[in-house]
Design a protein around this ligand. Sequence first.
Ligand SMILES: [Zn+2]
Length: 149
Amino acid sequence: MPSPFDMALETYNVPPSDDRVTIVCLYCEKAQEVSRKALSVTCRFCNKSLKLEEIRFKEYQARRSIETCGVVTVEKKGHVVTDKIICGGLIVRGKLKVTGDIHSRGPVLVGPEAELRGSITAPSLAVGAGAILEGQYEIGPKPHASEMP
Ligand SMILES: [Zn+2]
């Protein structure tokens, strides 16, 4: 269902073409159009910088935080340790340890034999047989789901 905000976008912007995509800011949750080719943009509402790229981990990596509008993937041989993740979606086939929270705007997929430690907030969660999960889960659409694209 389009929100009043989306309708305003349609009124005031040129019609969307193939090289534009609508993203939702990870921080202020406002929708906006960006170039499909852009790897990062500055939110035009809260001025925070947003990464749009997909991030794929294939080996051990420790990071302070992982923040992207794209999908974060931890491959089978990946082992990621981080304080927090804010992402457009999450796929875990390897090991992921998050000391803080995981906020995913899209579905979280946990493969069989994956290990995931951390608290997850996501619209949906799918877990393969044999996966190890440890943490708290808040799964389901947010109350203001009508603002989503
Ligand atoms: Zn923003």
